[in-house]
Design a protein around this ligand. Sequence first.
Ligand SMILES: [Zn+2]
Length: 280
Amino acid sequence: MVAFKAPSARPVTIENGLRRLVAPNPSPMTGPGTNSYIVGRGPYAIVDPGVDDAPHLDALIAACEGRPAAICLTHRHPDHAGGAALIAERTGAPIRAWPKPELAHHDRPVHVDRELADGEALPLGDLTLVARHTPGHAADHVAFEIAELGILLAGDALMSDATVVILPPDGDMGAYFATLARLDALGVRRIAPAHGRMLDDPAATIAEVLAHRRAREAQVAAALSSATPRTAGAIAEELYPQLHDRLKTMAALQVQAHLRHLVDQGRALEADGGWISAGA
Ligand SMILES: [Zn+2]
């Protein structure tokens, strides 16, 4: 067999001022791979450098003519932040991310040169990237709005064809509901998620996600009794009976995220290692 080296992928132009390069990390969790975005018409910023893969990072740096003005992270999960340190080292570009004094279990430790502030505008020539703190999937999650284009780089706050995973304690369902309302209020024209295709009807997508989450939460609430405590695992087993063992822990955590949100709303209580309904 002759060793075959795939040619480096080239970024795809989404619109004048926004290009996308899919990182080579396809999986059931990441879809086709993480979308790394190159924003600007010069100067350029990279949003989510993706995984630490040399040809991918080379292609990102080349797309910025060797000099990215900033490396912006939507959050610190390794499929988004993995390549950040290498690009920073090679180009001197500053890493920008939301402050996170204590890292969560899945987070990649990253040296952040300058912490982002909510609503902060990063000028990129004739375009402006505006940071929007959008916790829920992760506490440090930030979405970036390209103001002039009406496009939101949504990170993992919204995905095409997949449900966003909310794993407590870093993931927070109440915060996620608030984030969805906030993103809806931005009134952007298009959404560029970190996994999957462009979303061209943001209002409809957000309404669909909200409806799905509310329905799931209603099922979790209905699974509770006022007398006998049930565990998140038992409820997950009932709601997702066909799940593979490997995914059961994640499903239980997702249910736990809804349970915590129900507690916040006064609709459930923790009791004896499980949860009961608060009878509201
Ligand atoms: Zn993530």
